[in-house]
Design a protein around this ligand. Structure first.
Ligand code: XIL
Length: 541
């Protein structure tokens, strides 16, 4: 190195060092402005668009727009502290009756801000925030593993038995393709979230009817009936309902809520989930003799009477709507016994209840078929109608319908064995539903496809993430008659399960026997096994 170059280099280094010393780093300016960041949450991918402002006095304000899987929300963070390259803040979220605090800490490294967030005991999670917008989440699930062709729509196949529905806050944020799919295959829709108290009635004097009106209009235009969900629930219900905890005030708020919401759609909705999930989980021989009501704010403020009141208010608001009590796991064990005690009391007290919703969040390989059939006949014996209101049969993960329960997420494609086992479970379920079609009003899937489901990653529905029908779809329609054309000798074109693995012809043969009404649950089980055996054979050869 020449002495001239060395001098230059030294000058540069010195001036750089000088510049650093002279201009202390404006940390807050490096951190201020907009950052984008994605977190994997138990509810799916969440994209945060943070905006940090620091005023002259050094006080920091941090806000964000958040894209959740099924909603957009605005957040204003609390306890924002900026210190050098670091920032700390917290988000307070309301889940049902409970408030949760999510802690965040961020550290700036170059042009990336690494953010760790922690949620109670559940441990931390890191994500990197950048100035650039993140890539949108993958729109597509992995390629389908089997090619299933159907040329009969499930809603038509069960037209004479019961309505086939799906859940979703249609039409907002659904693609044209998804809306077409929904309208084509389903005869009923349940709003997945937008009619819940926290969404439609966030403050005593605040109502959000934009999405609910849009849904009702869209359903009308597409010839779908709407089932309202849900008026009185312990979850997704804001605390203002219970403020002061004075029974008369809480009762008035319940009445106004039901009157305004059910009244607005009077004559337009077919039915309502009036009370959702009022019974405790689990239970034992002792609790099974009682109603075993959940210790919700409703119970605490109004006592067990709250259910009767809710049904009376709903009947007043919309006299023609079919009124439901809706719950999960009420088909089995002590919770089933408690549901019978509760429903008997409601009927004896003159609560205008018409029907029971068995939610139906089940898990492939563990569906309690016998309990389900017994529950249907038990409820019918009380003179009530039954619907399966939130059907999904997951391939992986936990069963049960508790809101906010931690779920196992995995977007890897399901195996053929898994898909066939699921198809078999769905076929057995629908053979039970069909057998009791005189009692069953509606069977609603909780979502549209394996991307539009709260059980994302567990492949629970009839369509995969790319809107292709799964073997479950074919196995269900194979149970039905071919649209009244009894004399047509061969319905074999109705159901085709194509692909290297699921032999088409067997599907047809079994479909035909099923259409003659000869398929018992055991047979359906055997079909699944024979499909599996062939599948292994196809793989081996
Ligand atoms: C779920 C929705 O699917 C989710 O999008 C939301 O985040 C939580 O609620 N029982 C019910 C439904 O009655 O309202 C719940 O829906 C699923 C369990």
């Amino acid at each position: 190195m020449s002495s001239k170059t060395l001098t230059c280099f030294c000058c540069l280094a010195l001036s750089a060092a000088f510049a650093l010393a002279q201009e202390p780093k404006q940390i807050s300016e490096d951190l201020t402005g907009t950052w984008h960041c994605q977190f994997e949450s138990p509810f799916g991918l969440q994209t945060y668009h943070f905006h940090l402002v620091v005023d002259n006095a050094g006080d920091a304000t941090l806000k964000a727009e958040v894209d959740d899987r099924d909603e957009e929300r605005k957040v204003e963070f609390v306890d924002v502290k900026v210190d050098g390259d670091s920032i700390e803040f917290a988000e307070v979220r309301q889940f049902g009756e409970r408030e949760f605090r999510i802690e965040y800490s961020g550290k700036l490294e170059g042009d990336e801000l690494t953010i760790t967030r922690s949620f109670g005991q559940r441990g931390g999670q890191d994500a990197v925030a950048t100035r650039n917008l993140p890539k949108p989440p993958p729109k597509e699930d992995p390629a389908p593993v089997v090619d299933v062709k159907i040329d009969r729509l499930i809603k038509d196949a069960f037209e004479d038995s019961f309505l086939i529905g799906m859940a979703g806050d249609l039409p907002s944020r659904y693609s044209e393709e998804e809306l077409k799919l929904a309208a084509e295959h389903f005869a009923a829709v349940t709003p997945e979230n937008c009619m819940k108290p926290e969404r439609v009635h966030p403050g005593e004097d605040r109502w959000n009817f934009e999405q609910t009106d849009a849904l009702v209009q869209w359903a009308e235009k597409n010839d779908m009936t709407v089932h309202g969900h849900t008026l009185v629930w312990h979850a997704q219900t804001p605390n203002w309902f219970f403020e002061g905890r004075d029974p008369e005030t809480v009762k008035r708020r319940m009445e106004e809520h039901i009157e305004t919401l059910a009244g607005r759609y009077k004559g337009k909705l077919q039915s309502w989930d009036v009370v959702n999930e009022a019974i405790n989980d689990g239970g034992d021989a002792e609790t099974s003799k009682t109603e075993n009501l959940r210790n919700s704010n409703w119970l605490q403020t109004l006592g067990p009477e709250f259910l009767t009141l809710a049904f009376k208010f709903a009947r007043q608001a919309d006299p023609d709507a079919v009124l439901y009590y809706n719950d999960y796991n009420i088909e089995s064990g002590p919770k089933h016994e408690s549901s019978m005690v509760l429903l008997s009391r409601l009927l004896a007290d003159g609560a205008p209840i018409d029907a029971v919703g068995i939610q139906g969040h089940w898990r492939s390989g563990r569906v309690p078929f016998e309990d389900i059939e017994k529950a249907i006949t038990d409820y019918a014996s009380l003179g009530l109608k039954v619907s399966i209101t939130e059907l999904d049969v997951t391939i992986r993960g936990e069963s049960g319908g508790q809101f906010g329960r931690r779920r196992f997420r995995n977007s890897s494609p399901p195996s053929l064995e898994d898909l066939n086992a699921q198809a078999e479970d769905y076929a057995k379920l629908f053979s039970i539903f069909k057998k009791h079609e005189d009692v069953i009003e509606r069977v609603t899937f909780w979502g549209l496809n394996d991307r539009r489901t709260w059980r994302w990653g567990q492949h629970p529905l009839l369509f995969d993430g790319n809107n292709n029908p799964k073997p479950a779809y074919a196995s269900i329609i194979a149970l039905t008659d071919g649209k009244g054309d009894e004399n047509t000798p061969d319905h074999s074109n109705n159901v085709k399960i194509e692909g290297t693995c699921l032999p088409c012809r067997d599907g047809q043969r079994q479909g035909k026997r099923a259409r003659r009404g000869q398929l018992t649950a055991n047979e359906v089980e055997r079909i699944g096994q024979s499909l599996l055996a062939r599948l292994h054979h196809a793989h081996d050869s």
